[in-house]
Design a protein around this ligand. Structure first.
Ligand SMILES: O=C(O)CCC(=O)C(=O)O
Ligand SMILES: [Fe+2]
Length: 124
């Protein structure tokens, strides 16, 4: 049985307000917050975020790292790499959200991310 998660901690609300302004959405639309610690050697494998999510807004903290993207083409993968600066934010919307997969190879220096997500179904 699913139960509602705890509310987003107050300490994250100013950050949520900033990414919401970047996305042009109400802060309350970002109903999930996820903080990830990447210790040296930790990364995240290729994936697209779950289809129930709509906008993914991320804040990159600590070290910079390659943020890799790929999408399948007839002849193989088309690839792109961003390098989000520490204390910068990014939005995954449109094709970067729906079509491209993303991953982060094992980091060399400690990094954190805080991601906020809106949901397609407001009831989720
Ligand atoms: O650490 C990041 O900036 C991305 C994290 C990520 O891809 C995710 O939480 O789905
Ligand atoms: Fe992701």
């Amino acid at each position: 049985m699913l139960e509602p998660a705890a509310p987003i901690p107050d300490v994250l609300l100013p950050l949520r307000a900033k990414v919401a302004a970047l996305a042009g959405r109400d802060p309350e639309a970002f109903r999930q917050a996820l903080a990830i610690e990447y210790a040296p050697g930790a990364g995240i494998g290729w994936h697209r975020d779950r289809p129930q999510c709509e906008i993914v807004a991320g804040v990159s903290l600590g070290s910079s790292c390659p943020f890799r993207f790929r999408r399948r083409r007839d002849e193989g993968f088309e690839r792109a790499t961003l390098r989000p600066a520490p204390r910068s934010a990014y939005l995954l919307t449109g094709p970067s959200r729906e079509t491209w997969e993303h991953s982060i190879p094992p980091v060399e220096v400690l990094r954190y991310s805080v991601t906020f997500r809106t949901f397609r179904d407001a009831q989720v």
